[in-house]
Design a protein around this ligand. Structure first.
Ligand code: GDP
Ligand code: MG
Length: 192
């Protein structure tokens, strides 16, 4: 059994997509063991996107440089730098602005292989690369080019933990142990 964190970001809430999104996880058998709706504080957002995750920050910077090259955009002209870490830090600020821009719904989902299963249902970071049938593929068209040009995060509706380690860290960050519940879904009897 694994637990993983899903956050319905402000665009999912303001577009009225909460039911559509949650339904997809529920019907796959993922059990909701924690749920809350709230405004994320800047302090909490900074912990969720830690500034010491250098590989994560550089990775976002690298993706941005590749994207700019494809589009023939000069990163120095656009963002003032071509340093991957600097660009990553800039995107992190946009991410914090995004997740604090309106209410979110945070869920802890539980199932065997929950982390991987949730990522599959969620789709790729870039909606354009998410196949139909995934949440991001069905409900969004945003791209890093559009987002970077507007100096904002990619609007891709949900956050989902990227690995088992990330899931453990994030579930503990967002939920206290007493906020998680334990019960059985009917699938569990069938799969035994
Ligand atoms: P995820 O795990 O699929 O959500 O993707 P990441 O953990 O790599 O990135 C976190 C979030 O940052 C994504 O969901 C996007 O909202 C945003 N993001 C990622 N890469 C970029 C980028 O190159 N440009 C912009 N503007 N936003 C990005
Ligand atoms: Mg991620």
């Amino acid at each position: 059994m694994e637990k993983t964190l899903v956050v319905l970001k402000p665009d999912a809430i303001s577009r009225g997509l909460t039911g559509d999104v949650i339904k997809r996880f529920e019907r796959a058998g993922l059990k909701i063991v924690g749920a809350k709706m709230h405004m994320v504080s800047r302090e909490a957002a900074e912990k969720h996107y830690p500034d010491n995750r250098i590989e994560f920050l550089k990775g976002m910077g690298q993706k941005t440089l590749e994207n700019y090259e494809k589009m023939g955009v000069d990163p120095v002209k656009e963002l003032g730098t071509k340093d991957t870490l600097e660009i990553g830090k800039m995107i992190r600020e946009w991410l914090i602005d995004y997740i604090t821009s309106g209410p979110v719904i945070a869920l802890v989902l539980e199932a065997p292989h929950a982390v991987e299963l949730v990522r599959k249902i969620c789709g790729h970071t870039l909606p354009l690369m998410s196949p139909p049938g995934t949440i991001r593929g069905d409900f969004a068209y945003d791209s890093s080019y559009l987002a970077n040009t507007a100096k904002r995060a990619i609007k891709n509706l949900i956050h989902t933990s990227g690995s088992i380690e990330e899931a453990e860290f994030e579930v503990n960050l967002w939920f206290k142990p007493h906020e998680l519940v334990s019960y059985e879904r009917v699938e569990e009897k069938i799969m035994r």
